[in-house]
Design a protein around this ligand. Structure first.
Ligand SMILES: [Cu+2]
Length: 128
């Protein structure tokens, strides 16, 4: 009987601790995702990243998810101080930043990725 009581006490303890921890963890994850302006950008060897231009809101966190379909590219938004480093083919890189000013900010590939390297560019438009 003592063993049953111990197991029952452990289950009650797990529920008492696990429930609030789960609720707080869920709220933290869902609120950080909800506040994020998620942009998925894909890069191809022939240039023309998709989308080539994207719009975001000033002062709101941007979650930029980047991938490449061919070779390794670089990704730099110089005027926003955003450098994603190398974007490897078939893998995802996520960077986060909060644009603090409005305007059109060009991004470029920073690696000599292919003969079409100079076409791998686009713009982030930050609006009020
Ligand atoms: Cu390139």
């Amino acid at each position: 009987m003592k063993r049953f009581e111990t197991i029952a006490a452990l289950i009650v303890l797990l529920v008492l601790i696990g429930t609030p921890v789960s609720v707080f963890a869920y709220q933290a994850v869902s609120s950080s995702t909800a506040e994020c302006q998620t942009i998925i950008m894909r890069t191809y060897e022939n240039g023309n990243p998709t989308p080539a231009e994207t719009r975001v809101k000033k002062g709101q966190k941007v979650c930029l998810r980047l991938t490449s379909h061919d070779v390794t590219h670089g990704f730099l938004i110089s005027d926003l101080g955003v450098d994603a480093g190398e974007i490897h083919a078939g893998k995802w890189t996520q960077i986060e930043f909060v644009p603090q000013e409005t305007g059109t900010f060009s991004y470029v590939c920073t690696l000599r990725c292919s003969p079409m390297h100079s076409r791998v560019r686009g713009a982030i438009v930050v609006e009020d």
